[in-house]
Structure formats: C-alpha cells, structure tokens
Design a protein around this ligand. Structure first.
Ligand code: MN
Ligand code: MN
Length: 365
C-alpha cells in the first residue's frame, strides 16, 4: 500500500474515524493515483482503519482507473445506478457501524451531505481537509522531479510569449501562441487561465486578458503555468517592450531585489512570516508598500494554490520538501505593474529554484 494511504489510515485510527470518503479531484488523485474530473457524477475514494479501500467512479471511467495503478476494488456506477446506494452498500460491507465519517467539508455540497446523513444516520462528520493538506505539504523526490518538469514547460511558455511580442498584437494573440506551442509538446491543460497583460492592464494583479494591443513603452506581464502529470507550475515574468521610463525601471528593480532576497533566505527553519517580511520590507522601504497588496507566495503541487501560505502572519516553519511560489509585485495604476514569480523546492540546506527563465529586466526590441 502506498505511504499516502497508509498515513491517511493512521490518521483514521488516531481519530477513531470509521470511514472516510474523499471526493475532490485533487485528493482522489493524491490518494489513489487516478486523476479525473467526474463533472456532476460521483467519484471518491473510501478509506477505512483496517478494511481495504475502494474507489467509486462512473462506470465509463473504470478502465482508466484500473490503468492508473489503483490496486483495490473499483465500483463503477452507470448513469442509471444510484451511486449513493452503491456507496452505502460497499461501506457497510466493510464496517458494521459508522460513528465517525470523514469527508471534505469544503467540497461536499448540501445535496451530497443530505445523501450521507440519510444513509449514515447518526454519524458525526469530520473534516479531512487539514490532514490531507498536511500530507500534501511535503513533497517526495518523485513529486519534485515532476514539478521541475512542469516548471521547465512554464519557462518555455514565457520564452514563446516574449518572442511573440510585437506592436499591434493583442494579449489574446500572445496567449493563443503560447498555448498552441505547449499543446504541440503534449501539454493539454494550463494550471489556470493564462495571463498576458500589457500597459495599464499589468497594474491589476489578477487582470483579464483581452484585445488590448501591445505598444512601445509597455510593460508586458506573463503569469502562467502548466499541468504536467497532475502537478502544476506557476511563473510570472514582466518584460518591457522597446523602452522603459525611469519609474518603470525603478519599480522593476525593487521587485527583482525583493524576489531575489526572499528566495536567497529560504532554508529549513525560517518561518513563512520571515520570508514574506524580507520582500515586504524591501518594497516598503522603497516607498511602494501600499502597492504590494498580496502575500509573498503559496504552496504548489497537485493544486496551483495549496499549503503553505507565505504570509506575514504565518508562523509556519519552513521544512525540507515544501514547494511554494515567491512572487512579490508592485502595481501602480497607470504607471506600472511588475511581478516576478518563481517556484521553489526547499532542500536540506537551502533551496532549489524550479523555474529558471531570466529575471533581469529585458527590453524587447
Ligand atoms: Mn502566478
Ligand atoms: Mn502564484
């Protein structure tokens, strides 16, 4: 049995939980190795203290679930089956009485919750999220290798985007070119909607790319990532087109310094809070503190936003095997928007930076 399932079963024992049914695509993948978005159909992994786990999925996915390497029973439900009946039957085959039932409270909707209440009458429902977040927090060598490869595709994507910059092209033109080149390399999914923002649009941290045309003197911000073997990358680079003015250049170099210094400080033992403050202090001392309105970074793995959260209030101690982003930014409306984002893996003594696209200010002619 894989260590993830064993660790999760151990938690069920400690908490005296009789059954768990995990239904989010990310956590089903984490526990079972089967990656699937079932849309409105029911997908889940049932795990018990001692009894064998099972995977419940739409019957049209049974073949793929087997191929994913899942070694235990697979219950396929056709579109005319009642999947809840199947779930109840197969859980009750394994455990006599359910006092405590673990599920993802953030993921199970009211309709599903009512199904569970009716079928496991009197059970106490326990949130499994925190435990699963803790398990996913530390990445092993195999995960690191996959994340490194996902980051390499992100580097490649930024290079494609930079090469496409030309007067008159729109943000969406550039996005189309980036995603076309990635698809040719076998990447079918981005980790979030690709962002290419130019000029005034780059000053919005979560802007919406559209038909704005690139013009000389603009900063162009790329924020993108790919999904590779179920794991995400997330990179941001900002480049200038044709020329920069003094304030754009000044802002760029402050963000660069904040990013480089924060990355340099990463090692086991430092806290998330200390890392955020290194970058935040550099930006504040330069007079732009009010224009850095978000946390320094977020964990990265199967999800594009997971633990740890790198904020200036999080006392969490950084440990070997954590993977997160470092992404300070300064956004001054109508003047400049600059963000620089890398993905990092914490090593025994320091850090490996997974993304490697150059960070010095580039002026694209
Ligand atoms: Mn990003
Ligand atoms: Mn990010």
């Amino acid at each position: 049995m894989n260590h993830r399932l064993l660790d999760f079963k151990e938690w069920l024992k400690q908490k005296n939980i009789d059954s768990a049914f995990i239904t989010s695509t990310e956590n089903v993948f984490y526990l079972s190795g089967f990656h699937s978005d079932p849309h409105e159909r029911l997908l889940g992994v049932a795990v018990f203290q001692d009894a064998e786990p099972f995977l419940l999925c739409p019957s049209l996915d049974v073949h793929d679930a087997k191929a994913s390497g899942w070694e235990y029973e697979i219950i396929g439900c056709s579109d005319t089956d009642n999947p809840w009946e199947q779930l109840e039957k197969n859980i009750k085959k394994r455990v006599n009485h359910i006092n405590k039932f673990a599920l993802e409270k953030e993921h199970v909707n009211v309709e599903r919750y009512e199904q569970l209440i009716n079928r496991f009458n009197g059970a106490q429902f326990i949130a499994a999220e925190e435990k699963l977040r803790q398990l996913r927090l530390i990445k092993d060598d195999k995960e690191k290798e996959i994340l490194k490869k996902a980051a390499e595709f992100a580097d490649f994507a930024v290079q494609v985007g930079v090469n496409e910059i030309q007067e008159g092209k729109t943000e969406l033109d550039i996005i189309a070119a980036i995603e076309y080149e990635l698809k040719k390399k076998g990447i079918s999914e981005m980790s979030f909607a690709t962002m290419v923002l130019t000029g005034a649009n780059a000053a919005s941290p979560h802007g919406n790319p559209g038909l704005t045309k690139i013009k000389k003197g603009d900063l162009v911000l790329f924020d993108l990532g790919v999904v590779y073997k179920g794991y995400c990358s997330d990179i941001t680079r900002t480049v200038a087109y044709d020329h920069v003015n003094d304030e754009q250049e000044k802002i760029y170099n402050i963000v660069l310094k904040a990013e480089v210094e924060a990355v340099k400080a990463i090692k086991p033992g430092i806290t998330a809070k200390e890392l955020d403050n290194i970058a935040r202090n550099i930006i504040s001392e330069a007079g732009y503190g009010d224009f850095f309105p978000h946390r320094l970074g977020h964990g990265l793995g199967i999800g594009v936003h997971e633990y740890p959260s790198i904020t200036n209030t999080n006392e969490l101690i950084i440990q070997e095997g954590m993977v997160f982003t470092v992404e300070p930014g300064i956004y001054v409306p109508n003047i400049a928007g600059v963000r620089i984002e890398d993905d990092v893996f914490v090593t025994k003594n320091g850090v490996d930076i997974l993304t490697s696209y150059p960070k010095e200010l580039q002026i694209i002619k």
